[in-house]
Design a protein around this ligand. Structure first.
Ligand SMILES: *Cc1c(COP(=O)(O)O)cnc(C)c1O
Length: 432
């Protein structure tokens, strides 16, 4: 693999130096910077190899044993492995591994189990819900009738209020799931409310899929949910892709919704990479990784709170936290993000519950620990990074400070290699 990779690099640098420069530049950015975007991670070298394999050449419309084209013996075996492993790590009865990413995955569930116009009760975007949970800008919001629940100031979900809302609306589906919510769910309460109003219970665990598979956060599948979706590239640390888990009873409807309902040929290189990811997630080392993600989030949250930083919901119970940058530093999320970028620390601006500011200039910043834990950083590094964040955001215009911290960031990162991004400094390659 090593020599194949080197050959590939030599060929690419000779044929297309413009693209090559940017790939190498991105490698350097990832290696010499601190990644705090909670939805990002560093995948395994084995996954990168599968993604770059000849499986990308193959058309496999259909499902194992029922394909439209010939030559499927290897594709069938790979997809069967991916499905069985996904069912195993999530305790599911059925898995569809074909969704091309998280958004089509959720669309397939809505179209597969509901009729246009049906009501779905999901978390409000500013309270942590995802765009695909009925944000008015999404096409899904034109097709289905989304209603939104909110969180209390301590971040908790008010299950009595949710129940009243469900009784009034009589939704066909109640959706638990988020992309920016720092607390754990009580899935049994969702299940009970869904039962009372005759709704399906769906959970979108895209952000926490790896933490659920590892058993460090609650699993909605074992709490009796009907459908659970997750991306494979966030805490699961796999290739970009989507996964739909369900009870057997919904298998046929969901499979038909993905293909031919919404998609054509699955990306078999991704499916193979997902199969590898699921095997990785079943190993003891992955459990240790998931523990580290949570411990690191606690360490970072405590360090920020000790400096008087305001965190939405007062802290975190998972891998992410949302800083109210306006109240903590007098900066909007965009200003905070830009200031950190100058010191090689990457985070993303984030709306806070009922934010009055526009999405491109929101009141908060989202921070997460999955990527740093992958490269082996621990509590001590989280405390150091939290200290840097506070200093930078207190002096966002101090270029000297940003430059000094950027140097310290590079030094720290050299001790924690990024899997698959090589060990050797690439600066020399960049300047040739
Ligand atoms: C990331 C995410 C998605 C969408 O995934 P894409 O691969 O970006 O389309 C869907 N739902 C939730 C909760 C997410 O966090």
């Amino acid at each position: 693999m090593g020599t194949a990779m080197r050959d590939f690099r030599e060929q690419l640098s000779a044929f297309d130096p413009e693209v090559y420069r940017e790939i190498v530049g991105e490698e350097a950015r990832q290696r010499d910077g601190i990644e705090l975007i909670p939805s990002e991670n560093y995948t395994y070298p084995e996954v990168l190899a599968a993604l770059g394999s000849v499986l990308t050449n193959k058309y496999s419309e259909g499902y194992p044993g029922r394909r439209y084209y010939g030559g499927q013996e290897h594709a069938d075996a790979i997809e069967r492995l991916a499905r069985a492993r996904a069912c195993e790590i999530f305790s599911a009865e059925h898995a569809n591994v074909q969704p091309l990413s998280g958004s089509p995955m959720n669309q397939a569930v809505y179209f597969g189990l509901l009729e246009p116009g049906d009501a779905i009760l999901a978390m409000d975007l500013s309270h942590g819900g995802h765009l695909t949970h009925g944000a008015p800008v999404s096409h899904m919001a034109k097709v289905f009738n989304f209603a939104r629940y909110r969180t209390a100031t301590d971040g908790a979900i008010d299950y009595d209020a949710l129940r009243r809302q469900a009784l009034a609306l009589r939704p066909k589906m109640i959706l638990a799931g988020f992309s920016s919510y720092p607390r754990e769910y009580d899935y049994s309460q969702f299940r009970a409310i869904a039962d009372e109003v005759g709704a399906l219970a769906m959970a979108d665990i895209s952000h926490i899929g790896g933490l659920v598979a590892a058993g460090v956060l609650a699993n909605p599948m074992t709490a009796g949910f009907d459908v659970v979706t997750t991306t494979t590239h966030k805490t699961l640390r796999g290739p970009r892709g989507g996964l739909i888990l369900s009870r057997k009873a919904y298998a046929r409807q969901l499979d038909a919704a993905v293909f031919p309902g919404l998609q054509g040929g699955p990306h078999m290189n991704n499916v193979a990479a997902a199969a590898i990811t699921f095997r990785k997630a079943s190993e003891p080392a992955f459990r240790a990784y998931a523990d580290k993600v949570l411990a690191n989030a606690q360490a970072m949250a405590s360090a920020l709170l000790a400096e008087g930083v305001e965190l939405i919901a007062g802290g975190t119970e998972n891998h992410l936290m949302v800083v109210d940058t306006v109240r903590s530093f007098g900066l909007d999320g965009q200003q905070a993000q830009e200031a950190l970028d100058r010191a090689r620390i990457t985070a993303n601006k984030q709306v806070v519950p009922d934010d009055t500011r526009p999405p491109m200039r929101p009141s908060g910043l989202r921070l997460g620990t999955p990527a740093c834990a992958t490269r082996g950083m621990g509590r001590a590094e989280m405390e150091t990074i939290a200290g840097w964040i506070v200093r930078i955001l207190r002096h966002p215009d101090d270029d000297g400070l940003a430059g000094m911290i950027a140097k310290q960031v590079v030094d720290l990162c050299r001790g924690f290699p990024v899997p698959g991004a090589g060990l050797e400094p690439v600066t020399a390659e960049l300047t040739t």
